[in-house]
Design a protein around this ligand. Structure first.
Ligand code: SIN
Length: 544
């Protein structure tokens, strides 16, 4: 296989390189040839930034039942219990497996796993590697993937659209950014593992790559999308002009850190009797309310009253990062704001990642199994990703048995597209989108704000679509188009939910409805893909 080829064929195409994509690739490599594409470097993913860890039952005082209860309580009536049971009971095996791939988890004096605590957990069960768990997990996965001869990794490759023919997924059109050239990668199984969509908001803990690509592509291809209104905001992102998307882990609050205002006063007792260890949505809403009430632009998290030796040993990553910006967390409070952190919704799937489109799987944050319900319990997401990769690889083996040949599809046609003379419009549109999502679709919502957001997003989408059709495709344009699509889905889903539940809070319907329901959306007319396929049989979305 030559990376310069216009057509690449493989058994399995994995789009995305976080814990879901890479652990899936390692497992599926036993059954076929895998191509992993990732739009920047292999390490550019949310996993690499994850601080706290993976929730799993190891303590003798803990139980699967307790972990289930905590997950369901935080999930606010919308968790799918069967899925939760399977994920939680698979947790210890997945942790052992990660350790067997070389992940060095933190141990205590007795050489047992050192278990951390986070909000919403009734027991210590956060398996971690100091406060750089994601980086350690990703280091080990990267090493294993790069040594596996069955896996080819293509960095700087961004997927544009899935190719769907006769209702089945045949692969994807992919822009090779280094050669500025669109390839078709055909595969017997295509796996979306592109992570979340935090870049649709102004403040986010997500990396720059989190532009909802997998969800947007699946939607355009006709997949069912679930619960997009549930965007989890993390209460404590570092507030500093030079700290891009740096999280201050909830594990600090697990070790006693306090939220304070500029005068040093604690305020959580005005909002929730569980104080700083109330679930994330409650803490984020309390901070949002304090910010709005007082008009300040940030608040503080303080752990400086703890033994400095403990702070430096337990939180070396956060200590070093803050110190590099002139903040000594062992001596002074840390400036923070809430930020978009996790997309609870996504492509509707089974635990094995099965979507409603044959030969298309989605796993990790891109997928929505119903595990998290309406609000995600801290450190349940890396767990879900690892478990989905495990079951997804089994599913993939079954599909490969049935689907024996790779089917080609016609090459990408750029149509009349020309180089853009106004590429600055892309960054202006992106900023407008992030502002509108933060102002109208943030932590506290209302019908009026959501309707305003709808009007503006429609205008933006028209402008972006025009751009997509008229100008040569670029990575920024692909991401902007995806962000606009996911933003539209978030707004539509939020307007549809006439209640407050989990992380979706609206002043117009502050109560929960009696029956809990998932929100499902599917694009009925796939005008830019299927119609054109039918007309000219090329499968190329750029053909006019
Ligand atoms: C954190 O470290 O606070 C994030 C943990 C999570 O989102 O699960």
């Amino acid at each position: 296989m030559n990376s310069a080829d216009a057509e690449v064929k493989c058994d399995v195409l994995v789009i995305g390189s976080g814990i879901a994509g890479l652990s899936f690739a390692l497992k599926a490599a036993k059954f076929g040839e895998i191509v992993v594409i990732t739009k920047n470097a292999l390490s550019d993913c949310a996993t690499n930034l994850a601080q706290a860890g993976l929730a799993a039952v190891f303590s003798s005082e803990d139980s699967f039942n307790a972990h289930m209860q905590d997950t369901m309580t935080v999930g606010d009536g919308l968790c799918h219990a069967g899925i939760a049971e399977q994920i939680i009971s698979s947790g210890p095996d997945r942790i052992q497996e990660l350790a067997s791939w070389g992940v060095q988890f933190s141990k205590n004096d007795k050489n047992d796993l050192d278990l951390g605590l986070e909000a919403g957990h009734s027991h210590r069960r956060i398996v971690h590697a100091k406060d750089i768990t994601g980086a350690e997990v990703h280091r080990a996965l990267r090493t294993a993937v790069l040594q596996n001869p069955q896996i080819q990794v293509h960095e700087q490759h961004i997927a544009i659209n899935l190719n769907i023919h006769a209702g089945r997924c045949l692969g994807a059109y992919v822009l090779d950014k280094t050669q500025d050239f669109v390839k078709n990668i055909s595969a017997r199984v295509t796996v979306l593992a592109t992570g979340g969509l935090g870049k649709s908001f102004l403040f986010t803990s997500n990396p720059d790559v989190a532009s909802g690509d997998g969800i947007a592509m699946a939607y355009r291809a006709g997949a069912t999308i679930m619960n997009m209104e549930f965007i989890q905001f993390h209460p404590t992102l570092l507030y500093h002009p030079y700290a891009k998307s740096f999280l201050i882990s909830e594990a600090l609050r697990g070790e006693g850190a306090r939220l304070i205002d500029g005068e040093g006063n604690r305020f959580m007792s005005n909002y929730d009797s569980r104080l700083e260890l109330a679930p994330r949505d409650c803490v984020a809403r309390a901070i949002d309310s304090e910010l709005k009430r007082t008009g300040v632009d940030h608040l503080y998290l303080d752990i400086s009253f703890k033994d400095p030796k403990f702070v430096k040993k337990r939180f070396p990553g956060i200590y070093d990062k803050c110190l590099s910006l002139g903040i000594n967390i062992a001596e002074e409070p840390i400036p923070i704001v809430p930020a978009a952190h996790y997309a609870i919704g996504g492509v509707r799937t089974t635990l094995s990642g099965v979507t409603n489109i044959p030969n298309l799987l989605a796993i990790g944050e891109t997928a929505c199994t119903g595990f998290h319900g309406a609000n995600r319990l801290a450190s349940n997401s890396l767990l879900e990703a690892a478990v989905m990769a495990h079951y997804g690889a089994k599913e993939c083996s079954d599909i490969l048995q049935k689907n024996r040949s790779v089917q080609s599809f016609s090459p990408w046609h750029a149509g009349d597209a020309v180089d853009s003379d106004e590429s600055v419009v892309v960054s202006q549109n992106w900023m407008e989108l992030r502002l509108l999502m933060s102002n109208y679709v943030g932590i506290v919502r209302s019908d009026k704000r959501l309707r305003r957001a709808t009007k503006r997003i429609v205008l933006l989408q028209n402008e972006i679509d025009q751009y997509y059709w008229d100008f040569k495709i670029t990575s920024d344009l692909i991401e902007l188009r995806n962000l606009a699509d996911v933003a539209q889905m978030i707004i539509d889903s939020a307007l549809h939910r006439k209640e407050s539940r989990g992380v979706h809070y609206t002043v117009d319907y502050p109560q929960k409805r009696q029956s809990a329901k998932d929100t499902l959306i599917r694009k009925s007319v796939m005008s830019d893909i299927i119609d054109l396929n039918e007309k000219n049989g090329t499968g190329s979305p750029k053909n006019k």
